[in-house]
Design a protein around this ligand. Structure first.
Ligand code: ZN
Length: 177
């Protein structure tokens, strides 16, 4: 899935409570890709690295440095997500001082897990298949790339419908009070 769709899916599923919750979910939704690719694109922009050949479809991942693949594996593992989320929930409940304690479970973080679930069937072997069981297994699915119209168009259509419904619903609610 493209990075903006990931953010929008996170926001609409986990961040409907208020603006802060929305943007937190949005950020957790984009984080797995942002953390993997932003340092690399920044280094290309600053002239420290060469831009890879993205002219082919799907793009050839060979020009992308190993560290991007390593961070990508880390951020696209359901195991890593579950461990980090579990540790944060545990630390918040039992270890954090009252001044730092969150009032509730930070469900917005699950936008990270949702990102991985969406990526599993929408990446093919040719370009960053999702290593969702990393580091225990290299299992992955040879899916349909998210840029394929069969994925891309329904994805955008469903997002538009959900957001229109959400804003219409919110407007009705505020008119009501
Ligand atoms: Zn991703």
């Amino acid at each position: 899935m493209d990075i903006i769709s990931h953010g929008l899916w996170g926001g609409i599923t986990l961040g409907r409570e208020n603006k802060k919750s929305f943007w937190t979910s949005f950020i957790f939704g984009i984080a797995p890709d942002f953390l993997a690719f932003a340092p690399f694109f920044a280094s290309v922009f600053l002239g420290f690295a060469e831009f890879p050949k993205f002219s082919t479809e799907p793009p050839i991942p060979d020009g992308i440095p190993a560290y991007v693949h390593n961070v990508y594996s880390f951020t696209h593992s359901l195991i890593i997500f579950a461990v980090v989320f579990g540790l944060i929930v545990f630390a918040n409940k039992f270890l954090s001082p009252p001044s730092l304690k969150l009032r509730r479970t930070p469900w917005e973080m699950s936008a990270w897990g949702l990102h991985i679930l969406f990526d599993i069937p929408t990446h093919s072997n040719a370009f960053f298949p999702t290593p969702f069981l990393w580091p225990y297994s290299s299992a992955h699915i040879d899916g349909i790339p998210w840029a394929h119209p069969a994925i891309f168009i329904p994805n955008i259509a469903i997002l538009i419908i959900l957001y229109l419904y959400f804003f219409a619903y919110k407007k009705r609610e505020t008119n009501h009070f």
